[in-house]
Each structure stands twice: as structure tokens, then as C-alpha cells.
Design a protein around this ligand. Structure first.
Ligand SMILES: Nc1ncnc2c1ncn2[C@@H]1O[C@H](COP(=O)(O)OP(=O)(O)O)[C@@H](O)[C@H]1O
Ligand SMILES: Nc1ccn([C@@H]2O[C@H](COP(=O)(O)OP(=O)(O)O)[C@@H](O)[C@H]2O)c(=O)n1
Length: 242
């Protein structure tokens, strides 16, 4: 295990299936950093809306309800918890129903303002450094992050990964490759074309194409980037203290 020489704030963004969650959890665990899955927060508020009779396709209704549930995220990379109004949401947020509704809910500006506030507070409170992964972390949530990484992969590779994962989870038709690829493309389009804080690479993000890389290779690459960013930050802090 290596240790980071300075507390760093790391933003990892990219579309679905590029390896954000797996990579972020692994590098945070390896480097002793906290970890925040912002997609889980959007999924949790979506799950709460679905279970509380909110019409998720009615932006006015979603906006009016956006402040109601408490959304609490754990930041342990080995056990990232998520709760909505005190109920464990880690299982229900992965259902197809939530996956199909989450882009519409997260496009509502009031929802984004609420969740972005939570994210900034968590990052500010993570004294030892944190890896925050999502869609708009480098562009909007933490524009001053010490390191921004934007993961990409071909549509085929992303669908194959996601479909394998769904098949392993329940063996259902959700594991069908063509259907998964279509659903991913739809969600990417919605996430990239919304007005409020769309999925977009920050100008100063390092882009890593993971199509031909194993997960271990991606982890190694991001660990190296974080160690470099942490060393540079430590150097700047030392200089400023002189
Ligand atoms: N480089 C990679 N090569 C092969 N499989 C990968 C790679 N990165 C991630 N995976 C697998 O792909 C699936 C989706 O990864 P995940 O980290 O959840 O992506 P994201 O958070 O970007 O949606 C997981 O099953 C994960 O193990
Ligand atoms: N920072 C973020 C993170 C997620 N999201 C939304 O939440 C959804 C679910 O995110 P996720 O990270 O769990 O998605 P997966 O790619 O892991 O399936 C995304 O499709 C976006 O609609 C967002 O709008 N902004």
C-alpha cells in the first residue's frame, strides 16, 4: 500500500460503464482516501421519489419534492453506504426501474442544486482527501479539484461490461447485450444533452480511454496520476509555507 503525501481532491467523470466506480473505489482504498459515488445519490433520490408516488416525468413535481428526503452517503471505499430517509437504499437503487428513471430526475435543476450541495459538503469534510466520481464533478461540483480524470471506452466495451454485470447479478434478460447497449446510449444522450450541468469532460481533465485496458491497468494509471498530483500539491504547500 502506498501513502499519498498530501490530501487530494480527485474528480473522476465519464459515461456509464467506463469503470468509474470500480476504479475510484480501488484507488481510494489503496491510497487511504474517502470515496463518494454521486450516481448513487441521484439514484437514491430517484428511488425515494418512485416509492413516494412522485411522477418522475413531471419536472415541477420532482422539483417540489427535491428537498424532502434526507440522502446520506457513507464514504468508506470498502463499504460505500447510501440511505434515503433513513432506509438503506444500496440494493433498490440498482433496479432497472431506478436506472430507467434516474436521468429524468437528475436533469431537474432543483435536484442538482440539492445533491451538489451535499457533495461539496462531503468533499469539504474529507480532511484526508477524497475521490468523487460522477458526471459533472470536474466541471461543476469541484472545479478546483487537484486532479480531474475523464474515463471513456467504446460503446461496445461499455455495454459488454454492464451486460456481464447484470447477467452475473440475476441472469435476467437485462444481461442482453443489444438491449443494454441501447439503454446505455439513451442514458448517455440524456445525461450529455441536459441543460443543467451535462456530462462533459472538463478542459483540464486527463482523458483515459479504458477500452483496451484491464481494470488493474486503469487503477494503476489513476494511482500514478493521483500520486503525481499529491506530490505537486505538497510542493506548492511547502513553497507557500516558506
Ligand atoms: N477496464 C475494464 N476492463 C474490464 N471490465 C471493467 C473495466 N473497468 C470496469 N470494468 C467492469 O465493468 C463494469 C462496470 O464498471 P463500473 O466501475 O461500474 O463503471 P461505471 O461506474 O463507469 O458505470 C463492472 O463490472 C466492472 O468490473
Ligand atoms: N454527478 C452525477 C452522477 C450521476 N448522475 C446521474 O445519475 C445516473 C446514475 O449514475 P451512475 O454513476 O450510478 O450510473 P452508472 O453509470 O454507474 O450506471 C446517471 O445516468 C446520471 O443521470 C448525474 O447526473 N450526475
Amino acid at each position: 500500500m502506498s501513502a499519498t503525501p498530501a490530501a487530494v481532491i480527485v474528480a473522476i467523470d465519464g459515461p456509464s460503464g467506463t469503470g468509474k466506480s470500480s476504479t475510484s473505489r480501488a484507488v481510494a482504498a489503496q491510497l487511504g482516501l474517502r470515496y463518494l459515488d454521486t450516481g448513487a445519490q441521484y439514484r437514491a433520490i430517484t428511488w425515494w421519489m418512485l416509492t413516494n408516488g412522485i411522477d418522475v416525468n413531471d419536472a415541477t413535481e420532482v422539483a417540489a419534492a427535491s428537498g424532502k428526503p434526507s440522502i446520506v452517503s457513507g464514504t468508506d471505499p470498502r463499504d460505500p453506504a447510501i440511505a434515503a430517509d433513513g432506509a438503506d437504499a444500496s440494493g433498490p437503487i440498482r433496479t432497472q426501474e431506478v436506472t430507467a428513471a434516474v436521468s429524468a430526475v437528475s436533469a431537474v435543476p432543483e435536484v442538482r442544486a440539492r445533491i451538489t450541495g451535499l457533495q461539496r459538503a462531503i468533499a469539504a469534510g474529507a480532511g484526508g482527501g477524497i475521490v468523487v466520481e460522477g458526471r459533472d464533478i470536474g466541471t461543476t461540483v469541484l472545479p478546483d479539484a487537484d486532479l480531474k480524470v475523464f474515463l471513456t471506452a467504446s460503446a461496445e466495451a461499455r455495454a459488454a461490461r454492464r451486460s456481464g454485470e447484470l447477467k452475473a447479478a440475476d441472469g435476467s434478460a437485462a444481461g442482453d447485450l443489444a438491449a443494454t447497449q441501447q439503454a446505455l446510449a439513451q442514458r448517455d444522450k440524456a445525461d450529455s444533452s441536459r441543460k443543467a450541468s451535462p456530462l462533459k469532460k472538463a478542459d483540464d481533465a486527463v482523458e483515459v480511454d479504458t477500452t483496451e485496458l484491464s481494470l488493474d491497468q486503469v487503477i494503476e494509471c489513476v494511482v500514478t496520476l493521483i500520486e503525481k498530483a499529491a506530490a505537486e500539491k505538497a510542493g506548492r504547500m511547502e513553497k507557500a509555507a516558506q
